[in-house]
Design a protein around this ligand. Structure first.
Ligand code: PSU
Ligand code: MN
Length: 327
């Protein structure tokens, strides 16, 4: 036993004083609203925070984070935005905490392996899909909506750059709604890894795997579901079988709203070249590539990013409601 975080205490971070409450568990905090909704069997959707700490530029990041929560609340679904606040892994960040994490200033990108370090050294963190899925599942949440997943980076055969999102989702029974993986990644290799890791990919009303900015990545998937109820039924069947992997629900952007595919290919090859030239590696790669694309597209990629996120949050809400109606 490495010891616990201890009782609530005052913590000063970047000149800001906050209270680290460890009321729910010694290891992480679940907000009262989220805990009550989970206990009461009401619909809850988890949301990640790397999307607004490292994925989107200010001020769109905070707008998107708040909009996602409001969209869910408007449908009677409880949002559970997950992040690390002053070292406390938190499921159900308050609005003030979301505002604080969105404003930058030393907020780290926290994946699953970083959680104990963040907790012990008490820093702020935006949680990746891996860390968010881990915490949300442990809080009893069944549905998690995000924008795009991490996956296998190009050149991974020699760089070994594969996102821990994949290995974490292999052992975390939750439904993750995403628009696939961005083509900054090696989509074919990522789909192969999902297969190896026993992670099913189910298209929402499609058997074309979406490519985040574009509705079709060019790769086919085997299964499709056509209603939130079908997704809920797949989830129940997984649980009945005691299978521990996540279900990936792939939700494409509408074709008339996608980024022009040919233009995207051109920007992506320049993004990779620039990352290589700048010696970008490890966890900095995804934020670097996204930032490059945002600048090169004059923010058009950001509009699509927000649109995709909105779609996924909305579908996540529908699935969470369908799960509460399961026989
Ligand atoms: N993909 C995106 N935008 C993002 C991310 C992924 O299109 O912001 C974030 C997610 O939080 C994801 C993380 O979990 O990046 C993956 O990072 P890495 O490849 O370092 O594991
Ligand atoms: Mn990586």
């Amino acid at each position: 036993m490495c010891g616990s975080l201890g009782e609530s205490e005052q913590i000063t971070f970047n000149g800001e004083t906050t209270v680290s409450s460890t009321s729910t568990s010694a290891a992480f905090h679940v907000s009262e609203q989220v805990a009550a909704a989970v206990a009461g069997g009401r619909p809850v959707v988890a949301l990640e925070s790397t999307i607004f700490t490292h994925g989107l530029p200010r001020p769109r990041n905070l707008e998107a984070a708040v909009e996602a929560e409001e969209l869910l609340r408007g449908h009677g679904v409880v949002p559970a935005t997950v992040g690390v606040f002053a070292g406390v892994p938190t499921v159900g960040l308050s609005r003030e905490q979301i505002v604080s994490l969105s404003s930058g200033g030393g907020v780290k990108k926290v994946s699953l392996r970083d959680l104990p370090v963040a907790a012990a050294l008490r820093f702020h963190g935006g949680t990746t899909v891996a860390a968010t899925a881990f915490l949300a599942h442990r809080a009893g949440i069944k549905v998690f909506a995000t924008g795009g997943l991490g996956g296998v980076h190009h050149g991974a055969a020699t760089s070994f750059d594969e996102s821990a999102d994949m290995t974490t989702l292999a052992t975390t029974p939750i439904i993750v709604v995403s628009a696939g993986v961005k083509s900054i990644l090696d989509v074919a290799a990522t789909l192969e890894r999902f297969e190896t890791l026993n992670i099913p990919v189910v298209g929402y009303k499609t058997t074309k795997y979406p490519g985040f900015y574009v509705s079709d990545s060019g790769f086919a998937i085997e299964h499709a579901a056509s209603t939130p109820e079908e997704v809920a039924a797949i989830c129940s069947a997984r649980d009945d079988l005691h299978i521990e992997s996540a279900i990936l629900l792939a939700n494409p952007i509408a074709e008339d709203k996608q980024f022009p595919p040919a233009e995207l290919d051109h920007i992506l090859s320049r993004a990779w070249a620039q990352a290589e030239k700048n010696g970008i590696t490890g966890k900095d790669t995804t934020p670097f590539l996204l930032d490059f694309i945002q600048r090169e597209t004059n923010g058009r990629s950001v509009n699509i990013n927000v649109e995709v996120y909105r779609n996924n949050v909305s579908l996540g809400g529908e699935v969470a409601i369908a799960l509460t109606r399961q026989p």
